[in-house]
Design a protein around this ligand. Structure first.
Ligand code: ADP
Ligand code: MG
Length: 737
């Protein structure tokens, strides 16, 4: 069966060569019961490990069924071990967290047997080693003798032709030792048993041959009984472990050690929480930036523009303006300077013009076409002379009615018309002006009317409905009384017992100029059938899900006077003197160009890039931290996985089983995290900041985080398995014991 010719084993350790054994020649037949003795350090264990294919050899030749093995690869030895070898160790190498039954079952599952096929066989062998009473007991609770009987059962049930036992009685008292050897002899008849022991008397009556080793050499080889007829060679027939059993073992491993389970669980939990919250706070700061309006502010960056406020942030009076106008370098004042920085569309059928609404009194020079306005809804258009409509096609716009549109907030315009204006005159702008936008010169009263639309367009609106931030649209309606709101009947499902009447709605409006707050009560709900009666509107379908509030309430949010104006100077070279003069009038005055660098788009973009980089770095750092922690936790599992390997699990098996374990753990942990966030959102825990942050996470982010988590756990199991299989099984095992 096995033949060794002058085989030697050396250990290379940091430049020092140690000898395991030298020039061993042996022949081993099926049916033999070989006992190896010798002093400690004489090379017995090394010899057994080489015979078992757990360790490599350096010199000579070992034959298996007449075949040379010196050219064998790791895979060949793995195959050999699965077909021929079952090991029994001095320290049992059982899985302590498994029961007796599970330990024996494991070796069969790893070798491709089906769970229900092996039950009888396992119970039978448990009976043979006398452990029926303990079949569902965890191995950690057994005595040494009982443990070794489990190990014997596990070795025998694999049904290989060779059983290799290294001092199986070394940790046992003499009574259990005798017991164990008897059982081994009984269940292992017709196999080749190679066993190391110090106690010859105990095994003498069973041994067919006794080999004595000293200093790495065989010094005695005495045949006690001749085994002539080697029975026909029998190989253990095995398959690969089934996917189902991989899952079974993986899931069993997830929970079998509580402390390990909880530790991994906590790591997964905090890593995903940290990444999600970091991402959310990044999103929130982006949003807040929009709140504060920086990204929308100051579109008109003319060199001759000065921004002025009163120090106490109150509105300007006519007297204030008169005083400013008296300054010699002041060309003109734009009182409502929000119009300088906000552009809006003017629409007529297919034609769309885009520009700033400005006071007709600030129009300079003569008009080139048409006439000056005579009524409030007439306007002058200032347009570049190279514009398509400025030339031969001016009749498509001159004396035509255009409409302003309704704002949807945050710089978006709906298709709904608000105010009709007739273009009665056109003034050409110079073509070299970098600004392509038009200028719409209208009467003061039109500006006042449009102001709330402009404010709205600048503003960020947050509606807290049922104490949660929701994205609904507000709509003014005269049928709603002040302080109340009317909402879609379907909203009631968001409330406990569908009780929606008298529940609060909180509205927050913010922009660069002001913050406004409005707290309302839900007074009624609308359905398709009562919609018209309640709102006086006909269009239920286009208005669904809107929140209707009183028109005055609505205007209180947006109809705010400006406390900031702009002064334009005649001579830019003297702008600093003018600023001094304005400050002497008790105003704060700043060149608009000063905001260009500090709050301009480039600056914002740099900030954004930095934040994205910080977020990515954080994710990577967290990734490695979690990786390291999990590696440390898994290190304690080295023995387990090495044992699996000794029992016949391949690299792929180990990797997949670990994959499943980490997958189950991380998924569970993630579910708990999601549930926690859900509870926080529903005010079951009072952590406002996190509830607020969670508003910035969508399904996409939750799914992405889950994918990241799965990738992390797969990378870890891959690396771990690779490391485990880099060395021989016995090296990995020794390293950790
Ligand atoms: P035994 O089982 O007979 O007590 P071993 O086979 O364990 O002896 O050891 C034989 C020799 O090989 C000893 O001198 C021991 O120091 C050496 N040896 C065993 N394992 C290693 C190892 N991993 N690295 C270096 N030397 C080793
Ligand atoms: Mg030994």
């Amino acid at each position: 069966m096995l033949k060794l010719e002058n085989v030697s084993k050396f250990y290379y350790n940091k430049g020092i060569i140690a000898t395991g054994f030298t020039k061993v020649s042996l022949e081993l037949k099926i049916g033999e019961f070989i006992v190896i003795t010798g002093e400690s350090g004489s090379g017995k264990s090394t010899l057994l490990n080489v015979i078992s294919g757990l360790d490599s050899y350096e010199e000579g030749e070992m034959y298996i069924n007449g075949k040379e093995t010196s050219h064998y690869t790791k895979k060949d030895f793995e195959d050999y071990r699965r077909k021929y070898i079952a090991n029994i160790f001095q320290n049992f190498n059982l899985i302590n967290s498994y029961t007796v039954y599970q330990n024996i079952e494991l070796v069969l599952l790893l070798n491709g047997y089906k769970k229900h096929d092996v039950k009888k066989k396992i119970l039978n062998i448990i009976d043979q080693v006398g452990l029926t009473k303990f079949k569902n007991t965890k191995v950690s609770k057994l005595s040494g003798g009982q443990k070794q009987r489990v190990a014997i059962a596990r070795a025998v049930i694999k049904d290989t032709p060779i059983i290799v036992a290294d001092e199986p009685t070394g940790n046992l008292d003499s009574e259990s030792a005798k017991d164990v050897i008897e059982i081994l002899k009984k269940v292992a008849k017709d196999k080749l048993v190679v066993m190391v022991t110090h106690n010859i008397e105990q095994v003498e009556k069973y041994a067919t041959r006794i080999i004595k080793m000293n200093d790495g050499r065989i010094i005695e080889n005495i045949e006690l009984k001749k085994v002539t007829n080697e029975p026909a060679k029998q190989e253990n027939i095995y398959n690969n472990i089934s996917i189902f059993n991989k899952y079974r073992i993986g899931i069993r491993n997830t929970f079998n050690i509580k402390s390990k389970f909880l530790l991994l669980f906590a790591v997964f939990f905090f890593i995903s929480a940290a990444i999600l919250l970091e991402y959310a706070s990044f999103q929130m700061s982006e949003e807040e930036k929009v709140d504060s309006g920086y990204s929308l502010a100051f579109r008109d960056l003319s060199e001759n523009r000065i921004l002025i406020n009163k120090k106490d942030k109150t509105n300007f009076s006519t007297e204030d303006y008169e005083k400013i106008k008296e300054l010699s370098n002041v060309d003109y004042i734009v009182e409502d300077d929000i119009f300088l920085d906000s552009q809006m569309p003017l629409q007529r059928d297919e034609i769309s013009l885009y520009g700033n609404m400005l006071d007709i009194n600030n129009l300079k020079g003569n008009i080139d076409l048409g006439r000056m306005p005579q009524s409030e809804n007439e306007m002058i258009l200032k347009i570049r002379s190279d514009n398509y409509y400025a030339n031969s096609n001016y009749d498509e716009i001159l004396n035509k009615t255009f409409s302003t549109l309704k704002s949807q907030g945050l710089n978006a315009w709906s298709g709904e018309k608000v105010k009709d204006l007739i273009i009665v005159g056109i003034q050409y702008a110079e073509n070299n002006e970098s600004n392509y936008a038009c200028k719409f010169y209208v009467s003061n009263s039109v500006l006042a009317e449009l102001r709330s639309e402009v404010n709205k367009n600048y503003s960020n609106v947050k509606i807290f409905f049922n104490n949660k931030y929701q994205q609904y649209t507000l709509e003014p309606n005269d049928k709603v009384t002040r302080g109340n709101a009317i909402v879609d009947d379907e909203f009631k499902y968001q409330f406990k017992n569908y009780k929606i009447i008298n529940k609060p709605i909180n509205i927050y409006v913010s922009n660069i100029y002001y913050n406004a707050e409005l707290n309302l009560n839900i007074s009624n709900t609308y359905t398709k059938s009562n919609f018209k009666r309640i709102t006086s509107l006909n269009t239920y379908d286009t208005n669904r899900y809107k929140i209707f509030i009183n028109t005055d309430d609505y205007n209180s949010l947006y109809n705010k006077p400006s406390y900031q104006s702009s002064v334009f100077v005649k001579d830019v070279n003297e702008i600093n003197q003018t600023i001094n003069q304005l400050e002497n009038l008790g105003l704060t005055a700043k060149k608009v160009t000063d905001f260009k660098v500090e709050q301009g788009e480039i600056y914002q973009r740099i900030i954004k890039v930095i934040k994205v980089v910080v977020t990515i770095v954080l994710v990577i750092v967290l990734f490695f931290i979690s990786y390291l922690i999990i590696r440390i936790i898994l290190k304690s599992r080295n023995i387990y996985y090495t044992t699996l390997r000794m029992l016949g699990a391949t690299y792929k098996n180990v990797r997949r089983i670990l994959d499943i374990e980490l997958f189950v753990n991380s998924s569970l942990s993630y579910c708990v995290l999601l549930f926690t966030i859900y509870m926080i959102r529903n005010n079951m825990f009072n952590i406002e900041y996190i509830a607020k942050l969670s508003n910035f996470l969508t399904l996409k982010e939750y799914v992405l985080m889950y994918v990241i988590l799965i990738i992390i756990s797969r990378l870890i199991s891959k690396k771990f398995a690779k490391k485990l299989f880099r060395k021989t099984a016995i090296d990995t095992y020794n390293e950790e014991v």
